[in-house]
Each structure stands twice: as structure tokens, then as C-alpha cells.
Write a protein that binds this ligand. Structure first.
Ligand SMILES: O=C(O)C1=C[C@@H](OP(=O)(O)O)[C@@H](O)[C@H](O)C1
Ligand SMILES: C=C(OP(=O)(O)O)C(=O)O
Length: 461
């Protein structure tokens, strides 16, 4: 163990081109779940003692969470690969300085929403700020909810109701609060994760529709496993965290990231190969394992042996699918849809417009650069597959990634089918998966293959 953990490695790549190379075959274990890592880090900070986390994700999104916690007294020791962390929450200390403590949260939605709730419940003065896109991502409804519970105030710096966020708090009193969940489930998860720090019991009622439900179920499971008794209604509309609750656990083993796994399953689907993703089953805490059911509906073969899920590609047909619960996999599906027979309609993902980028409009724009006919709806897209002639005449395309890791990871898969798909700024995968291209290459590179990716160091991304 060492206190610093792994050093961030600067990728020299400005573009990457994945080249067609026949069926993708092999086994892979993606890094730890971003969603679980950031939840467990908060729980460990709140536990007030030493806890051991294994299988953690070390990436930009978890580093900004870790760095923030360290600035309020949490001590972190890391294995060299960053995947085993010892977290000592005994030094957790609210910051009550004359000047607020400024915490940088990059473009991590989980970090800004969970920390805003957690720090306001802990007490102190803070400013949470990030990259320009983070300052366009909504948080106003969470602030409104926190202001019903807090002894103090939380405010957005600008009238758009987005970060930077200012917190001035003497902690949460507790009580009953309503929160809207139609833009992001992270508001509700943030309130739930912070509730054990409140002086009195906290009751949370969801106002209207709730998107991304499996993430809320995940939060409830984390609370339970980490010692916090929570009463949850079956429809995930009402939650009660009793007074006197506190985090209490010794160790936690984090599942591999299921959203990251979607790219490897899609690689098998696209190429007619078989990819086994280790460490996940359909019983995983992450709803995104449900992506394999979407692939199954399209014609793939899926098998779950309890500790791994394998996908084998077959003849792909287009489908109609509501992806509200698994919205981080829409971009992955979009690439598969280009090579199916018949159009694919994705519905229920209006919330995808508020993520790292507008994942409906910007996705449609990049798919069109590949030649696809795409119809954009308010809450999704209709994607028409490429015709045989379009594929034959394809002369290459350079695709933008909008600083969105999932844009880079998914669009690159088109290169498995079409020669000359260039991906700009591939190092944006560092948000959740710094080693993505190396891992993808390990699956597609076979002894007699030609290059699986090329580096154009001189181009401007
Ligand atoms: O709670 C979480 O860990 C997450 C919830 C989802 O966000 P929304 O609830 O905003 O859809 C998801 O897109 C994000 O990557 C992680
Ligand atoms: C939407 C995502 O992240 P976040 O909201 O946590 O920034 C994501 O990882 O796809």
C-alpha cells in the first residue's frame, strides 16, 4: 500500500482507429464499477473507521471523489494498481474556515450530486466546481430538496441551477423531503447516501417520474450492506432512514463496471464472436447488465454462469426498446443497430440530454457521419442500419467525442466493421476507463492480425 496510489498516465493519443479484424473472441474483466466505487467511498468516509475496498475503480470520476474526501480529513492508502483501498474515515472533519473549501469535481455527476448532499449533511463551507460542461448539468432540484432538510443553505452560483454549488451548513436537521427524479436519479441517491448523517430521521418522497431506477436500487443495497437500515417502498417512491443510523462495515468488494462491459459484449455482437465478461452475472447490483437482454432480443446468444456473462453474436435484427433504466448503454446499442436488419427505436431516455454531452443530438450527429439515417426524438432515436452499398462505399470518417468517454468507447466499435473510423480525443475515456483502448486491443489482437489501432499523434483533436 502507498498513500499516493497510481499516477495518472497521460495518453499521447490524439486519435485512435480500430480496424476490422474478424470475430472478437476472448475473456475480459473490466475495472470496478464507477457507481459502486463512488457510493462506497462516501460510505467508508462516513463509517468513521478503517474499511477495506477491493476491486475499486481508479479513474477521473473516482479520483475527484477521493481527492475531495482527503481534503476533509479522510486518509486513503492505495495498492499500486489503485484497486485496493484502505479508507480511514476517523479523521473526517467538516471545514468551517473563513473561506470556503473549493473542491474540483471535473465532470463527475455522481461526485457533484453525492458530495453536495453529503457535505451539506456533514456541515461546513464548500464550493464544488468542475469543467465547463459540469456547469451546464442540472442540480437545482437536488438543492431545493436539501434546503428542506438543512440548517444552512445550498445554492447554485448561476441562475441556470447548475454547479458551481455553494454550501454553508451546520448539518441536516432531518425531516420529510420531496425530490424530483425525472432528470437524474443521482439527486435521490445523493439524499439517501447523506441521510445517515442527519440529526433526525429522514423521509424522502419522489415527486413524479423517477429515471434510472436500478441506480436507486443499488444505493439502497449499498446502504443495507454498509449497516444503514432503510425502509423502501416497493415502487421506489418513498424511503425512510431512521434517526441514529450510521455506516458500519469493514470491507466491500466492488463488482466490475457493467456499463464498461457493454462495449465488449457489443464487440462480440457486431463481429459474430464470443466475449466472456468476468465478475458479472444477471444478479449484479448494476442495472446495466440488462444490456445483454437487449442484445439477446436482437439475435445474440447470452449465457450467464453466475460469475461471468458471455455474448455470442448472431444475425442481428433491429428492435424497439425503452432504455430509461439503462441509459448509459444507449450509445453502445446505437453502433450495434447500424449493422442490424431493420431500424432500431430507442425510447425513454430524454435524461440522456443532460449527461457528459447531449447523448441524443450529438450521438445522432456522429452516426450520420458514418452514413446512417437517424431520426431524433425528444426522448430517443430511430436508427436505420447501413445498407450493404453504404458499407461498401464507406470511405472513412473522423468522429468527435465531445469530452464524453462513452462517445469514444462506443463509436470506436464501428471500426470493427468499417475501415477508417477515426476517434478524436480517445483519452477522454479516462473519466471511467483509462485503459479502455488497451483492453479492447487485447481482445481483438490475434497473432496474424494487422494493426488493431493506429496513432496519429500529429492531428488536432
Ligand atoms: O447513480 C449513478 O451512479 C448513476 C446514475 C445514472 O445517472 P442518471 O440518474 O442521471 O441517469 C448514470 O447515467 C450514471 O452514469 C451513474
Ligand atoms: C452519465 C455518466 O456519468 P455521471 O453522470 O456520473 O457524470 C456516465 O458515466 O455515463
Amino acid at each position: 500500500m502507498n498513500p499516493a496510489g497510481p499516477q495518472a498516465t497521460e495518453s499521447p493519443l490524439t486519435t485512435v482507429t480500430v480496424l476490422p479484424d474478424g470475430p472478437v473472441e476472448g475473456e475480459i474483466r473490466p475495472p470496478g464499477s464507477k457507481s459502486l466505487t463512488n457510493r462506497i467511498l462516501l460510505a467508508a468516509a462516513g463509517a468513521g473507521k478503517k474499511t477495506l475496498l477491493t476491486g475499486a475503480l481508479r479513474s477521473e470520476d473516482t479520483t475527484v471523489m477521493l481527492d475531495s474526501l482527503q481534503q476533509i480529513g479522510v486518509i486513503v492508502e492505495s495498492s499500486d494498481d489503485g484497486r485496493t483501498l484502505q479508507i480511514d474515515g476517523s479523521g473526517l472533519t467538516p471545514h468551517y474556515g473563513a473561506e470556503p473549501l473549493r473542491l474540483y469535481i471535473a465532470n463527475s455527476g455522481t461526485t457533484v450530486r453525492f458530495l453536495t448532499a453529503f457535505l451539506s449533511a456533514l456541515g461546513g463551507n464548500y464550493v464544488l466546481h468542475g469543467v465547463p460542461r459540469m456547469h451546464q448539468r442540472p442540480i437545482g432540484e437536488l438543492l431545493k430538496a436539501i434546503n428542506q432538510l438543512i440548517d444552512g443553505t445550498v445554492t447554485a452560483e448561476s441562475p441556470n441551477g447548475c454547479p458551481p454549488v455553494h454550501i454553508q451548513s451546520k448539518g441536516w436537521k432531518g425531516g420529510t423531503v420531496s425530490v424530483s427524479g425525472d432528470v437524474s436519479s443521482q439527486y435521490l441517491s445523493g439524499l439517501l447516501l447523506a441521510a445517515p448523517l442527519a440529526k433526525e430521521s429522514v423521509t424522502i418522497v419522489v415527486d413524479g417520474e423517477l429515471v434510472s431506477k436500478p441506480y436507486v436500487a443499488m444505493t439502497c443495497e449499498v446502504l443495507k450492506t454498509c449497516g444503514v437500515p432503510t425502509v423502501v417502498s416497493d415502487d421506489l417512491a418513498r424511503f425512510e432512514i431512521p434517526a441514529g443510523s450510521h455506516y458500519d462495515f469493514d470491507r466491500y468488494s466492488i463488482e466490475p463496471d457493467a456499463s464498461a462491459a457493454s462495449y465488449f459484449w457489443a464487440a462480440a455482437a457486431l463481429t459474430g464472436g464470443t466475449v466472456q465478461v468476468q465478475g458479472l452475472s444477471k444478479d449484479a447490483l448494476q442495472g446495466d447488465v440488462g444490456f445483454v437482454e437487449v442484445l439477446e432480443q436482437m439475435g445474440c446468444n447470452v449465457s450467464d454462469d453466475g460469475d461471468s456473462i458471455s455474448v455470442t453474436g448472431g444475425a442481428l435484427q433491429g428492435i424497439e426498446v425503452d432504455m430509461n433504466a439503462i441509459s448509459d448503454t444507449v450509445q453502445t446499442l446505437a453502433i450495434v443497430a447500424l449493422f442490424a436488419s431493420g431500424p432500431t427505436t430507442v425510447r425513454g431516455v430524454a435524461h440522456n440530454r443532460f449527461k457528459e454531452t447531449d447523448r441524443i443530438a450529438d450521438l445522432a450527429c456522429e452516426l450520420r457521419k458514418l452514413g446512417a439515417e437517424v431520426h431524433e426524438n425528444e426522448d430517443g432515436l430511430i436508427i436505420h442500419p447501413l445498407t450493404a452499398q453504404q458499407r461498401q462505399n464507406f470511405a472513412g470518417a473522423r468522429l468527435a467525442t465531445y469530452h464524453d468517454h462513452r462517445m469514444a468507447m462506443s463509436l470506436a466499435l464501428a471500426g470493427l466493421k468499417l475501415p477508417g473510423v477515426e476517434i478524436e480525443n480517445p483519452s477522454c475515456t479516462a473519466k471511467t476507463y483509462p485503459e479502455y483502448f488497451a483492453d479492447l486491443e487485447s481482445l481483438i489482437k490475434r497473432p496474424h492480425s494487422w494493426r488493431s489501432y493506429s496513432v496519429n499523434a500529429g492531428s488536432s483533436a
